[in-house]
Design a protein around this ligand. Structure first.
Ligand SMILES: [Zn+2]
Length: 194
């Protein structure tokens, strides 16, 4: 357990509370999930079980994550699984395109000014810090300036909308009516995200 805790400490940059660990039959668990140590072959085999087998049937990364996280856990497993699924040879060669033909490709409209179009994304599965384990990132399409808002992986659509309003609309409300350099946040980006 000490070795795993040390490894986690290195990965997460902070100590983990020992109450979150348990051990039975020489299986180390973190919050009830089997902890997979930092061993590339071991982690690959676990993901392979939940992705490559006939029963699994090469699901996408979210489904694969769901299957893996039913029983296993390790730091930054989402990133690992994303890379695994994204580079799965069979998936790349055989995944049918599920959406209707997209027709002609139209380039995105070039925003008129900064803060005209924003993109919203979430970085999840971060080590818990002050009850936060996810970051909502809001990026301006023109300047690429990013804002980071601490949140939690269980945040709802309403919660995320509230975060956006509190952090982006309210502070700049007075600028909305100032066309020269106001924040004309296109809620299109937000709508697309949610
Ligand atoms: Zn695959």
């Amino acid at each position: 357990m000490a070795k795993a805790a040390r490894e986690l400490w290195q990965a997460l940059g902070k100590m983990v509370r020992s109450a979150e660990w348990s051990e039975d039959d020489r299986v180390l668990r973190f919050r009830g999930k089997i902890y997979v140590p930092r061993n590339a072959d071991l982690r690959r085999r676990v993901v392979s079980l939940c992705h490559d087998t006939k029963v699994a049937g090469h699901p996408g990364r979210w489904k694969t994550l769901e299957l893996v996280s039913r029983d296993y856990w390790w730091p930054q497993m989402l990133r690992y699984i994303g890379q695994y699924v994204g580079t799965c040879d069979l998936c790349l060669r055989t995944k049918p395109i599920r959406q209707a033909p997209v027709g002609e490709l139209h380039p995105l409209r070039i925003p008129d000014s900064r803060w005209d179009t924003l993109s919203v994304d979430f970085v999840v599965e971060l080590p818990l810090s002050s009850r936060h384990n996810a970051v909502m990132t809001v990026v301006d399409s023109v300047s690429k300036r990013a804002h980071f808002i601490l949140t939690h992986m269980t945040v709802t659509v309403e919660g995320a909308t509230r975060l956006f309003v509190t952090n982006f609309i309210q502070p700049y409300l007075h600028q909305f009516f100032d066309d020269s350099h106001g924040l004309k946040a296109s809620l299109k980006a937000l709508k697309k995200t949610f």
